[in-house]
Every structure is written in structure tokens, then in C-alpha cells.
Design a protein around this ligand. Structure first.
Ligand code: FPP
Length: 236
């Protein structure tokens, strides 16, 4: 495969439907999804992808039934506590984006310690969006800038300055977004960063997403011409 995305973003959709189809509780779907995701970190690195960002829990997911929210938080807590060994072995840098102040303090501490332990790793940068919403991220960034600068700075605010105030500062924008399970929506994910990304929609539910499915998405990406609003050579 010749053209590989540097940064892949994934909306991990369909865990609930996958579980229901198997007669399992929804939470079993999330647990299966988390296992697939951990393996996928290694698969994407081996394809040449250098940044992976996944939508694990949105600012709107708090509206789910309390037992599903606590099962998801437990999964994420377990991941933050137990994955340091595998992350170090794979030289993977883990970062969490989203409003961490809205999370329980023990979870915030586990996140900080995993981020710190892996911060010098030079392999895959794995970004987990947790209590994340694209609109919320932009509002937080604007509020932060307004609290640090005067009105003249805010009046002249540039695209670059706002981008640098987002949770994803210093991470290149995604080249490709994959969403599983047939839905074709962004659902408030990386609204700013997906401005020029290519989109790929896979029919299978996230827990059924395999390396072969990834290859199909990468093949589709490889066949596209990216334009970033301009024209490419030969089109002028
Ligand atoms: C969407 O499926 C999925 C989620 C809201 C949660 C995704 C989270 C994980 C896979 C766990 C992440 C784990 C780690 C280790 C970072 P859905 O519940 O909306 O499925 P449905 O549309 O079929 O109901």
C-alpha cells in the first residue's frame, strides 16, 4: 500500500448492537470493543500509522443509563491502571483529550500517571477522547485564551492560535476518519481537526473490526486525491 494516513481517527460504534445480536448485555460489547482496540494499536503501528485517536466517551454519553456509564468508566479506569506495561513494551505514548476535570479524581490521577509514564515513548501516539466533545473543546480553548490574553489579542485571534489552544495541540490533524457500524455522522468528534480529513464508513460493528477491515479502509484512502480546498496538479 503506497499512501498511508499519518493520523487515523476512529469512532468506535456498534458495541451495543454487537452485544444485543449475541444476546449479551451492552457492557459485554464495550468490553469486547476495548480488547479489539488494544490489539488495533499494534496493528495500525505496523501499517505505518503514527497517531491513533479514538472516541471512547463523549460529553453526551453521560446521558446513558447509570449502569452503562459506570461500566464504561470501569473499563477506562482498568485501562489507565493496567496498560502501562504493554504501552512501554510497544513504545506507545498515551494521551487523553477531553474535559478531564469532569472525571472522578482517581481516574484523573490514573490518566496523569499513564500519560507521564509514556510521555517519552516514540512509537504510536494513542489519543483517547474521554468526556470529549468537539464543541466543548473549542469553547474551553476560547475561554482559556480569553482568560490569558487581552481583548485586542482575542479580536485578532488566528486559526493557528486557536488550533494551538485545543486539546490536540502539536498533533497533526487526522488524515482519515473511520466510523464503524453503518452510521454516517461525526457526532461531535474532532470538529475542528476533521476539516479536511477523508471519511470511511465500515458496516461492521466495532468489536468485529479486523485487520482485513482496516486494510479495506486504507485501500480506499490510498486511492483518493486529497485537495484541502485547492486543486491538485493536472486539474488547473
Ligand atoms: C459506541 O457504541 C461506543 C461507545 C460509546 C464506547 C466505546 C468505548 C470503548 C470501546 C472502550 C474504550 C476502551 C479503551 C481501552 C480506551 P454504542 O454503545 O453506541 O453502540 P450501539 O450504537 O450499537 O448502541
Amino acid at each position: 500500500m503506497d499512501k498511508i494516513p499519518l493520523h487515523l481517527a476512529i469512532i468506535l460504534d456498534g458495541n451495543g448492537r454487537w452485544a444485543k445480536k449475541k444476546g449479551l448485555p451492552r457492557n459485554a460489547g464495550h468490553a469486547a470493543g476495548a480488547r479489539v482496540l488494544e490489539d488495533m494499536c499494534e496493528v495500525v503501528w505496523n501499517k505505518g500509522i503514527r497517531y491513533l485517536t479514538v472516541y471512547a466517551f463523549s460529553t453526551e454519553n453521560w446521558n446513558r443509563p447509570a449502569d452503562e456509564v459506570s461500566a464504561l468508566m470501569k473499563l477506562l479506569r482498568d485501562y489507565m491502571r493496567n496498560s502501562v506495561k504493554r504501552a512501554m513494551k510497544n513504545n506507545m505514548r498515551v494521551r487523553v483529550i477531553g474535559d478531564k476535570t469532569g472525571l472522578d479524581s482517581d481516574l484523573q490521577e490514573s490518566i496523569a500517571s499513564l500519560e507521564e509514564a509514556t510521555s517519552q515513548n516514540t512509537g504510536l501516539t494513542f489519543q483517547i477522547a474521554l468526556n470529549y466533545g468537539g464543541r466543548d473543546e473549542i469553547v474551553r480553548a476560547v475561554r482559556k485564551l480569553a482568560s490569558e490574553h487581552d481583548i485586542d489579542y482575542m479580536r485578532g485571534l488566528t486559526d493557528k492560535e486557536l488550533g494551538d489552544a485545543l486539546d490536540t495541540a502539536d498533533i497533526p490533524d487526522p488524515d482519515l476518519l473511520i466510523r464503524t457500524c453503518g452510521e454516517e455522522r461525526i457526532s461531535n468528534f474532532l470538529l475542528w481537526q476533521l476539516a479536511y480529513s477523508e471519511f470511511y464508513f465500515a458496516d461492521c460493528a466495532w468489536p468485529d473490526f479486523t485487520e482485513a477491515e482496516l486494510d479495506r479502509a486504507l485501500e480506499s484512502y490510498g486511492s483518493r486525491t486529497r485537495r484541502f480546498g485547492g486543486l491538485v496538479k493536472g486539474e488547473e
